[in-house]
Design a protein around this ligand. Sequence first.
Ligand code: FE2
Ligand code: FE2
Ligand code: FE2
Length: 425
Amino acid sequence: MGLSIHPITILRALSTSLELSNGPGLSRHHWRTAMISLRIAEQLGIDDWQCQVLVYSALLHDLGASARWEEKRKLFSTEPGYNLRAHAEAGYQLLKNSPQLGMLAEPIRHHHDHWDGSTPNGKTGREIPLLARIINLADRLEVMIREDVGIFEQRPVILKKLHQLSGSHFDPDLLYALDQFAGQEGFWLDLVNPNYYQNFFRNLGEYIWMRFSMDDIINIADIFAKIIDATSSFTATHSRAVAEMSIFLSRIKGYSEEEVKAFHIAGLLHDLGKLAVPNEILEKPGRLTAEEVLIMRQHPYYTYRILEQINGFETIAEWAAYHHETLDGTGYPFRIRGDKLSLGARIVGVADVFTALTEDRPYRTRMSLAQAEKIIRSMVAGQKLDAGVAADLFGQGQEAYLLIQKTYEENKRNLEESKMVGIGG
Ligand SMILES: [Fe+2]
Ligand SMILES: [Fe+2]
Ligand SMILES: [Fe+2]
């Protein structure tokens, strides 16, 4: 496999996972905030590299809110008074130690700091990083765009509201820059034209050399695994444990090291689509209603649709997203049957079930190896899981069991840290 992928390709796809709560289907808050930010930056004459950092930051700017719906819902309010700093700080904490994305941490941390210093714990004026000031203005502009009113009817209203906050919330120089191109109809039409995004991303991809390797992508996927696992206290370290188990099982099957890395990524991201499921459902202690089950079962669909956007991720998307498909064709969301279900997907499927059974949950302690084996064997007999993969697993059952426990212990500390900054459950 040996992938080398442009950062934009990865970030544009992963940023859509941050949108999954905003009403039916996907909205485009992060993409559009990136587009507006870049226009402002170009107007200011910011260099190409800073423009890239700006776009990446804008594409992920609300990642600190994406695990908790309570936080996500606040982001789209145009009413003042919400504490928007918490998710900005949580985003910073998620990114600050990342070798690949650490440069986005500061702009994201300050993307709700008001120019006049009125944001609690925020900076003031030019102390606020320029990229953060730009995202702040772009973000608030984007939030005001309505789908049900013509864009030219909205334009004067939006500009007026933004100007009212110039010097208090926003850097006046940035509003001046915005005014220089706000008269262009094309700017506004691009924002509401769903076919324009493709061109935007293609043009962006052309002028930078940086590429992400498989190892880089593993690190980035790990950040997203933390976010996914923070959606529910029931699954505190689930994604990383599934990743470890997928690595373990793929090595037994003799996959190459590059392929094992792909399993690592597939494991970390297999539940990415859970960001589409409200916490109330993910954390419901009792039985789900029929309607809730349907919502819950959307998650592998979104995992697939997000990952398949990444060129070179065709196999990873399958391995990750088909973990609830079963050999008898009764799985979801695509009802893939028998030999259409690749070995990779079967491995992640077994890894997922084994991990779920052997991790602690708030409502029950972990099962013993023998109990887990019994359940998995009955699922094999019922054509739900692959017999060969299950045989591999229980051939080294004790090791596999210890691996889950080790992952669980290792992640406990990370989880406590993230709880401190408010992304945990
Ligand atoms: Fe935000
Ligand atoms: Fe935002
Ligand atoms: Fe799942």
